[in-house]
Ligand binder design. Structure first.
Ligand code: SF4
Length: 593
């Protein structure tokens, strides 16, 4: 990309947007004005702005008219640790609303170094293709030979064809090709932009993968200062007990914490702890498997676990994971109390290109439906049966064709709407809101459905920062955390740095990277505006106040004696709207620049 679109003294950005039209095969680079970047930085702020602007109202998410948008941020490819993620945005085939997902690994720096801040893919190819995007241009290649390959094969094959040292690829598997509404994008084999079904958007465009590589360095406002801030962050991180835990145990440490709190979703959301959870815990993983820490680009936390199964029928299987959310989904919800089997199902989902959280929820939903005699499904605990079902879903065979449509369609088809657990059509992650009531509010109001990552509020509830059963006092805290993490997602920084980077740290980092001087109040307002953009998208697409609710089971069926009452949730939602400056119906007003 040779064009120079720099306008003023805003640095850390290329001020460039790459647009690729798969219907025509043409591409162009367009200027991104400073005022858009100043209003929302990159990442989520930019992605949400472009989404609202580029997605035609009421568009079918799997039609050529629905664009797929990638962004990186002003910290991408800098010295700052934890800035390893790229963001993807579209209209979700799973929920029909706002879709976003982020993935770590090593792709984002190559994307940024190719010379743009955002990539919009529009239209659809007639036959399978892949894109090769670099600082010397955009090339479209046939992917006919790779259609049908799994994600590992595809990534390896595309990188071998492009033959550029350092190149990185984002790909889909058979699930994305077959438009499974919770298919994902995979990179570096095991890193996923997992949620909201963006793999199906890529599949609907017949786009099997994108290879990025670049060698350009984006000018920063004060390179020396950013390097100093990066060193300080690393030094603080190296003395932080929370970082030490992530480094030692990774996310599987949450198995013990949630079971002890009674918030570990079990047997398709019917209990809050699992008998025998010790067998799927972080300690068990470390004692019985070969586990090595793994890291994304420039990260001192290294929360990833490269795990090899030592014995049994899956001996020799190596994956990065399983992460807590996959353990909860298959171990807790499906009662598969065997980490080797969970690793096997994790590997299968990664190869097929399916989100493990929704996949585990859908398999458990089918198991529950089977128990009720509504369909023939594997019993709880049946790992082989779960694997068969996952393949049926990915290839849309038999009952898999219905389950591939997501929980809204599947539960309606089976007449099981009353037991289906989801918000806006997307299932919650592994934190039961009957116990962790702030997570109840977080799930209800998150734009992409029952999302745990926009606030990671479980962390505050489980760490004792605020009592799990407190209610009203959580609203302001949730808003503050969501705003701060919206800035994280716009830079784009990994979630797990949340305790190390408070508002002042973010101000300093943003000034050093971009030259923008923003105090904590200005940043908080920016976070609020970005979240309101995502709300505006959903509001336009027909999501009203009624969608900010929880499944009836969370109100009516206690676990450990706990429910979240309808009244408490309604009060929290009303206070949340007020704190965000939305009207009483949740209308955020007009937020486009
Ligand atoms: S903390 Fe984990 S997920 Fe985050 S950047 Fe580091 S290795 Fe990647």
């Amino acid at each position: 990309m040779e064009q120079d679109y720099k306008e003023t003294d805003l640095l850390g950005f290329w001020n460039a947007l790459l647009r690729v039209d798969l219907s025509t095969g043409e591409s162009c680079v367009e200027p991104l004005p400073d005022k858009i970047l100043q209003a929302g930085l990159g990442g989520k702020g930019l992605g949400s702005h472009l989404l609202l602007k580029e997605v035609p109202p009421q568009v079918d998410p799997l039609s050529a008219a629905n664009p797929l948008i990638f962004t990186c941020g002003p910290l991408t490819a800098t010295a700052m640790p934890g800035a390893s993620r790229f963001g993807v945005y579209s209209k979700s085939p799973l929920t029909g609303g706002y879709a976003e997902s982020y993935s770590g690994g090593f792709v984002a720096p190559q994307m940024k170094r190719a010379g743009f801040d955002a990539l919009i893919i529009q239209g659809a190819a007639k036959s399978p293709v892949y894109l090769h995007i670099s600082d010397s241009g955009v090339r479209l290649h046939s992917a006919a030979d790779h259609w049908g390959e799994d994600t590992y094969q595809t990534e390896e094959a595309l990188l071998a064809e492009v033959r550029q040292p350092g190149a990185q690829a984002v790909v889909i598997g058979p699930a994305g090709e077959n438009l499974v509404r919770y298919s994902c994008l995979e990179n570096n084999k095991w890193r996923s932009a997992g949620r909201t079904g963006l793999g199906a958007v890529m599949g609907s465009k017949k786009l099997k993968g994108i290879v990025f590589h670049g060698s350009k360095d984006c000018e920063l406002a004060d390179q020396g200062c950013l390097k100093r801030l990066a060193r300080e962050l690393t030094s603080r991180g190296n003395h932080d007990p929370g970082v030490a835990k992530y480094r030692m145990y990774g996310t599987p440490m949450m198995v013990a914490i949630n079971n002890q709190a009674g918030s570990f979703p079990t047997r398709y959301w019917s209990a809050g702890s699992l008998d025998g959870w010790e067998q799927i815990s972080a300690d068990y993983l470390m004692q019985h498997f070969n586990v090595k820490p793994r890291t994304c680009h420039r990260c001192f936390m290294a929360c990833g676990r490269l795990t090899t199964v030592r014995e049994g029928r899956h001996a020799g299987l190596t994956i990065e994971g399983p992460e807590y959310e996959t353990i909860f989904a298959f171990g807790g919800l499906c009662l598969i109390r065997d980490l080797a089997e969970i690793a096997y199902l994790n590997d299968l989902c990664d190869r097929l290109g399916m989100d493990t959280i929704t996949s585990g929820n859908m398999v458990a939903f089918a198991m529950e439906a089977g128990q009720r005699g509504v369909l023939e499904a594997p019993n709880y605990g049946d790992a082989d049966g779960a694997a068969v079902l996952l393949r049926q879903i990915a290839f849309r065979e038999g009952i898999g064709d219905i389950l591939a449509e997501g929980i809204l369609t599947a539960s309606s088809h089976l007449g099981l709407e009353d037991i289906a657990i989801h918000v806006k059509g997307m299932e919650p992650a592994g934190y039961d809101p009957r116990v962790l009531k702030g997570m109840g509010l977080a799930y209800a109001v998150a734009s992409r459905g029952a999302c745990h990552l926009r606030s990671t509020f479980y962390k505050f509830e489980l760490s004792g920062a605020i009592a799990p059963d407190a209610v009203q006092e959580k609203v302001a805290m949730l808003v503050e955390v969501e705003n701060r993490l919206a800035i994280f997602d716009s830079l784009i920084m990994c979630r797990f740095y949340r305790d190390l980077l408070q508002w002042d740290n973010l101000s300093d980092i943003i000034k050093a990277a971009t030259n923008l001087r923003m105090d904590s109040e200005a940043l908080s307002q920016m976070g609020n505006r970005i979240i309101s953009l995502t709300r505006a998208f959903n509001y336009r697409e027909g999501f009203t106040k009624e969608a900010d609710s929880l499944p009836a089971r969370f109100h009516d069926q206690p676990i450990g004696g706990e429910v979240i009452s309808r009244e408490a949730l309604a009060r929290m939602v009303a206070d949340y709207y007020q704190a965000r400056g939305w009207d009483t119906e949740g209308d955020p007003g007009d937020f486009l620049v």
